[in-house]
Design a protein around this ligand. Structure first.
Ligand SMILES: [Zn+2]
Length: 316
């Protein structure tokens, strides 16, 4: 065919489009006669018709050699499909469990990665509360079994942990993390859950049962005077670390904490005859509010996430 094309180019009057149909015998009698008249005078079209005819014969030979499909092919396929075991219909319950399982896997992976990135100190530091509580219980002459001071230390340890949870000074891989699809919120959320969960487990799962069993604290006292200030100071530490920096947050928390210790220190120095200072009393009263402190905790955490969004957006 190519050879024919190269040798002779068709005229503009040549019915090139109809030549294929002519070879196929699908033209009307009139069209057919018209083409035959043209072919008598045009060697270019004759060559094209020869080429089309050769191609048609070649295709016919191939078709003759290719065995056709069995007549019952489709019914056979349908029978095979019917024989296949039908997949068990998935109930909404199993779909729900599958979704839960996938979510658990993703969350677990995030926790695993973040647990490796968080400073080891954040896991060790809260453990200091264990010897403190032990000494309070077993060395009563030193602490006179006053859990208030130990609660103060527990709050400080927890707050320092939160201050060093997230931020440019803390994270060597933060720059890399910022360009990955993992959102800063997710990173902060996972870390927050890890460290606060760990601290809560330590305090509520170990310290509270131990002290309650010794009759030193009641669960209500623990909730109001131990857990509430601990959560509140920790949330403030987290917010400050995102607003300012980890070091500034730690310093401010230390000052907030020292102000409470000042009251204890004056009591220690002057005994009951110490001068009454109004702001100190009010300040100390604030840390024993109980439920409102949990409210402040939630607000501070929400603010921390909100501020983080704005900050990371600016960085990027
Ligand atoms: Zn022609």
């Amino acid at each position: 065919m190519m050879q024919h094309d190269k040798q002779m180019l068709p005229d503009s009057a040549c019915p090139v489009d109809q030549l294929g149909w002519f070879v196929n015998h699908t033209l009307s009698t009139r069209e057919r006669e018209s083409i035959e008249n043209h072919l008598a005078t045009c060697p270019t079209c004759q060559a094209k018709v020869t080429a089309w005819t050769e191609l048609r014969q070649a295709m016919r030979q191939v078709a003759d050699q290719t065995p056709g499909p069995r007549a019952d092919l489709f019914s056979q396929i349908e029978q095979q499909i019917d024989l296949l075991p039908a997949p068990a219909p998935l109930s909404w319950l199993s779909l729900f469990f599958q979704a839960c399982w996938r979510t658990l896997l993703v969350v677990g992976e995030h926790f695993r990665v973040q647990a490796r990135l968080i400073r080891r100190g954040l896991f060790w530091m809260p453990l200091l509360i264990v010897p403190l509580v032990g000494s309070m219980v077993y060395l009563p002459q030193l602490w006179q079994q006053t859990p208030g001071e130990t609660a103060l230390f527990a709050a400080l340890l927890s707050a320092l942990g939160m201050a060093f949870l997230y931020g440019p000074q803390i994270d060597p891989v933060r720059e890399i993390a910022l360009v990955t699809p993992t959102s800063p919120h997710l990173v902060l959320g996972v870390r927050c859950a890890l460290i606060s969960g760990y601290t809560l487990l330590l305090n509520c799962g170990l310290v509270l049962p131990f002290l309650a069993a010794r009759g030193i604290v009641t669960p209500i006292w623990f909730l109001t005077n131990w857990l509430a200030p601990l959560c509140c100071l920790s949330a403030i530490a987290l917010l400050l670390s995102i607003l300012l920096s980890a070091n500034a947050s730690a310093l401010i928390c230390l000052i907030l904490w020292s102000l409470r210790l000042l009251d204890q220190f004056q009591t220690f120095l002057f005994g009951d005859g110490r001068p009454e200072i109004l702001w100190q009393q009010q300040y100390e009263h604030f840390w024993h509010l109980g439920t409102p402190l949990f409210g402040i905790t939630i607000v501070a955490l929400l603010l921390a996430f909100l501020v983080l969004e704005r900050k990371e957006y600016v960085v990027q």
